[in-house]
Design a protein around this ligand. Sequence first.
Ligand code: ZN
Length: 456
Amino acid sequence: MKKKSIVSMLVAFYLAFGVLFSSVSAKIQSEQAFDNKIVKRLKVNNIYNHIEALSKEPRVAGTEAEWKAVQYIKRQFDSYGYESELQPFTFIEYKAPTKVSVNVNGDTVAAAPFTYTPNGDVNGELDYIGLGTPDDIKGKDLTNKIALIKRGEITFGEKVINAANAGAKAVIIFNHLSGELNGTLGNVDNRFVPTIAMTKEQGDILVEKLNSGDVLSASITIAGSVIEEKTSHNVIAKKDVTHKQKDTNQVIVIGAHYDFVPTSPGANDDASGTAVTLELARVLAKVPTDTEIHFITFGAEELGLIGSNKYVDSLTDVEIDRIVGMFQLDMVGSKDAGELVMFTVDGEKNLVTDLSAAAGVRTGTPLTYGQEGRSDHVPFYYAGIPAALFIHSPTEPWYHTPEDSLDKISKEKLLETAKIVGSAAYQIARPDTPALERAKVAPKEVDYEKMTGGLK
Ligand SMILES: [Zn+2]
């Protein structure tokens, strides 16, 4: 990557924010002096120790280990002087069936379960109902039958509900293209009946037999799937403004997710981001500010950004409007990963990337940006909030494996991220800088390099 000169980037940056300086280099030095109020106070051993404490066991959402992490994080926040709060939320945990078998007229047929299918042990006559649309089913009585349905036109879940409403006890959906069908019914729904998938080839054979007048009786067994309601938490610490008379009425969010996948300690994913968030909360607790800073560690990210979605859903329109930027730290400490990159959902620059690119230059790490979702910045983006994911790209080979452990963590990388995000956040939050308006948050003049693609 070609590096830009510090002075040209910062000239562009200050022009973009509408401020003229007779001496740009003097201004850079004074900016660095502000950065140093954060940078010099960061203790990388604190970050490392948090990772060590959090990566002793897999922090799977809804488990005791995740709850222990919640309590650890809350204790740290509170020890810095915050009155942190827990935001509990529930989610449905689904475990795939352990046994699936299908028989047609005594012959075993290969089949796969649909995600969210209920368990069941069903026998019945097969009836082919085309695509399973309301038109296909109109006037049909499927009572005690197993519906055979072709993929296409409407969702799998809709097909199953249509067939079940007409009385079907179970559903077989076959592919409309050759190859395996691994589908999901989309969510848990008590209208669903046991549903399995077949290949196009198998489906076509059954349809042909039925069309030639054969009577086919099938038996379907699905066992071992588990649908359970679980509870997870977001942990939230809010730094109020210290300069009440200058209160910008704006909020910055610094976030990470603390949950992780089974069978992995998750040292980098994302104990690293959680640990940096904690250390930034400690350091920023002590500095004067005119902008609120909310530190949020999210639960159940790995199950589909559940915690961050619940958090954003819980905000009023007024609260959403107050948030001027969201910094998401996810996997920011692996010694085996590439360079620090900022990713936005739409691949466009925004206030967060602009401020961080400038802070990166001042603290010695010029940044690039690219397009990627897949972390807790996503729901903030869809709420209209400038948000970016900070992550190293390409990711380490240990991603989502049992090898994502403390010994792969680089203190240098942790500190680099903490310096950039801390300096960028402080640039907005300190009392001598003006409030930033959402409408003007992406000055085009800020010049830094875009990656050609997403996360590698
Ligand atoms: Zn992650």
